[in-house]
Design a protein around this ligand. Structure first.
Ligand SMILES: NC(=O)CC[C@H](N)C(=O)O
Length: 253
């Protein structure tokens, strides 16, 4: 079986700020994308961007993870410098997944508990306020676009959607964006923001395939075929995913 697609069929995945923004298993999202891109018959290319780097050309998918408030503070200036470029990519329907700390900074701002503001780039119409309450534990949520989304939250910031934001999902178990409404995450075009780590994509392959399928459609004008994993049947992969989802859903918070 051919495991490698021709080099011209590359899908370029760009990880934003992996040095500072990459906790609670977020790197697993990058690994899942690499593997599934290959299983879908394309060549994955992993790129990283840290403060001061040259921004890689033509990324097809962007991902970003969570971090401490101090990490968010460290990347703030650099991220603001990328604002125009990232807003254009979002407007052009580039698929992106931003988790927790970078979800907050893809919004307008994160106001920490001491009242200082870490500015965001406003791709998503959301605002975040630090609180004394840390929201921790597994989350089960329902999304119109992706079905049941399961993950793990750990944040003290609480996020509120503005008038032009759409929630990614509604929480069934856990807290999600905040303790007042039941929203989890946000979506603008193909940009998904979510509080869920764990990592998110191993337990939610529907979201991984949305990111990959959107990238493939935009770049090559074709849809995704069936998954071809060299060592496992699709049924085995499905079963492993289900076991992980069941285990996470059954754990107490
Ligand atoms: N897990 C995270 O990314 C946390 C983000 C932010 N520092 C908060 O506590 O809200």
């Amino acid at each position: 079986m051919t495991q490698h697609a021709p080099a011209d069929k590359q899908i370029r995945v760009l990880q934003l700020y992996p040095r500072d923004m990459n906790i609670y298993g977020d790197y697993g999202n990058a690994l899942v994308l690499m593997r599934r891109i290959q299983w879908h018959g394309f060549t994955p290319v992993m790129l990283s961007y840290n403060p001061g780097d040259e921004f890689p050309e033509a990324p097809d998918i962007l991902i970003g993870g969570g971090g401490q408030d101090s990490g968010q503070d460290r990347i703030q200036q650099d991220l603001l410098g990328l604002g125009d470029r990232l807003r254009s990519l979002a407007e052009e329907h580039t698929p992106m997944l931003m988790v927790c700390g970078l979800y907050q900074l893809f919004g307008h701002f994160f106001e920490t508990r001491d009242g200082s503001r870490i500015s965001g780039i406003g791709v998503l119409d959301v605002e975040t306020y630090g609180t004394d309450n840390r929201l921790i534990g597994n989350v089960v949520s329902e999304s119109a676009d992706f079905g049941r989304i399961i993950g793990y939250e750990n944040h003290s910031g609480q996020t509120y959607l503005g008038p032009t934001a759409t929630a990614l999902a509604e929480v069934v178990v856990g807290e999600g964006n905040n303790q007042r409404d039941s929203h989890e995450g946000a979506r603008f075009r193909n940009v998904l923001g979510s509080y869920l780590h764990g990592a998110l994509l191993p337990k939610n392959p529907a979201i991984a395939d949305f990111l990959i399928g959107t990238a493939v459609e935009r770049k090559f004008g074709e849809g995704l075929g069936p998954l071809k994993a060299p060592q496992s049947s699709p049924e085995t992969l499905q079963r492993l995913t289900e076991l992980a989802r069941e285990a996470a859903s059954a754990r107490p918070r």
